[in-house]
Write a new protein. Sequence first.
Length: 366
Amino acid sequence: MSLRQSFQLPDLLTLISSLELRTNPHCRIASEASEEWITKTRGILLLSEEDLLLLRSTKIGLLAALCFPTCDAPQLRLLIDFMSLLLYSGIQLYADDKSGSEKDNELSMPALQATGAESGVTLLRRHGLMKHAVNDRIGSLAERAPASWNSRFKASIEQFYSSREQVVRYGTPSLEEYILLRRQMYGGSITLDLAELLEMFTIPEVEQHAQGLLDNIRRAALDVIAWSTEVVAYQFHQSVPGNKHNLVMLLMLHKNLSIQGAMNLAGSMIKDAFASFCANEKRLLDNLENQPTVRGLFSWVYRPDSNPVDDTEVKQIKRYIRALKDCIAGNIHWLYETELFLGKKGSEVRTFGWVFVDSQAPTVPS
């Protein structure tokens, strides 16, 4: 592949221009504390000076600060710790030595299926790298969390392990398989679950129809984030010999498209996912704001198995949706700030959109 072959990214920033970008004022202090923890705690990562520079260039602290702008410094620090290890384990999936990725997971699907009684926290503690992020505070909060949260968290962990297992063990997926796989393979659901555990928002238990809309909103948010990352990360992913786990690469393969054609189609997919997010949000909030005070024949709220959503739950839903918006805006803006995918040309790409393909993959710390 020519080193000067170029393509233009979808205009992601214009797509999400309706979303406010906020940042956490504790970003610097929490990032510095997290870096010290990662580099000085025995048994987490052994980093050379070059590796440390790479870790800093990812700007994972900024990502956490943009996605979770309202939490306090201790909460942000915990999220940066977790997201740093999550990002590193994700990079390892694209290392040349696939056996390293399998070793990093330290959990095969047969073993996972045999541990149905274990909690999500226990399963996460079995991960060779991620276990370091599960401290006593998280364990204590998880023990006191409601059953609904623990159920969601365990499902997120199982889906995370399953997606990683498929990347390591199996060949080129179909487009449909990869769309499902990509939604979970970088741990977006786990991060949201931890944010809820740290009381940044609460997902209320609502009736079936409202829950379906909430699920659609979350799914669309994860897709926007995942696919946006895929298009910006194409240069990194395509440079790894034998790798086919990238949305753009699979669109090129299965749809017989050029790079630019695949970029354009991926951009349309992101646009559709964001439109779905907005449409489901509007539908849910309109229904909540218009719910009657007495039982009505055509009220969507008053189903035989449901109760009306009270004011507290409405506020919780709005806060949760706002958190998802922060994550969408934060992730997409971070893609142009981190040096992991675009090197030092993020500002230039942000302005003009053009990327020149580079065959050199970033070095993975070991």
